[in-house]
Ligand binder design. Sequence first.
Ligand code: ATP
Ligand code: MG
Length: 344
Amino acid sequence: MTVPTDLPDFQGLRVAVVGDPIADLYLHAHPRRLSREAPVMVLRHLSERIGAGGAANVARNLRALGPSVSLFGAVGRDTNGRELARILGADEVDISCLSHIADWTTPTKTRVLAALSRRFPQQVLRIDREPSRPVPASSRAELAGQLRERAGEFDAVVISDYEYGAVASEVGAVASELAATGKLVVLDPRRDLELFSGITALTPNVEELARFVGVEAARLDDAGALRAAAVRLLADGACRWLLVTRGNLGMALFGEGLPAEGVAVEASGSGEVTDVSGAGDTAAAAFTLSLAGGFGAPEAMVVANAASGVVVMENGTAVCPWPDLKAALSTTPAPVRLGRPSYT
Ligand SMILES: Nc1ncnc2c1ncn2[C@@H]1O[C@H](COP(=O)(O)OP(=O)(O)OP(=O)(O)O)[C@@H](O)[C@H]1O
Ligand SMILES: [Mg+2]
């Protein structure tokens, strides 16, 4: 098994994203001096912009690779919610099933970035603004109903749970139903795996996998421990394949038709890693699309790893456009058996 040389253009595919959109607010400032009021830096505000995070980042990452994309989720009826809708609309993401909930705060992560020049911004503070209650039951039922109704339009469904409440029993039931009819369903999970059964794949990071099986995350750096955790999770029947994203260690894949020890790839990309936030969103998007485009799971992992290797070299949550992904495939590492030098 090698790196795929040809990348399908993905343009004819249609993908649904279900989950929690997040507003990423980047506040750029220039450091001036130490404050006389407290031992803190005084910064001069330069500019700010909102980026698409969480499920909205998954949607933008998919769009950058070519398919048409519909987002099912909820934001608040507030400035950041409207701005997210505008950004997604500008990217031609279908937001007809994005609801704007009254008296609900759009989850917003504000990152204060200080820099002497524009080139090397340093994050000095992050403030999370969160809704005081999860997405209400009526909105959850509405979005699950819309997904069930429109499911026939989509070649694949990606579920992106950021624990703000869109992904709960209603979405779990529809996703499991769709998977039972053969629909490609991928979940980037945070919790509540028992709500899902027989879906195509899960894409947890190591910390999430560790939490699901009740071990310490640091232990899963070891190939044997990682394999044991994966085997335990797969035994629950939530999914057919388990793609574990391992930060700077790359990725590992377990499940149907694969060698029992699992298949792994080292992290991709030769440039300097600048910002890893959102790399998991890119991974889920590229993995799902590659499966929908006809690749087997190991090739889909290689493509996902290459795409993630592109976005970690950019500031803020970023997307990997199709031509950049195609170019990255020529230098991205090939899969090997986990813990072994080669995949044969
Ligand atoms: N430091 C790094 N160097 C190279 N590649 C990286 C690095 N961090 C992440 N990646 C790539 O991005 C993929 C996803 O990253 P990670 O495992 O951190 O996901 P995550 O924790 O879900 O991220 P997030 O939740 O911020 O989106 C990794 O599997 C790897 O391919
Ligand atoms: Mg993640």
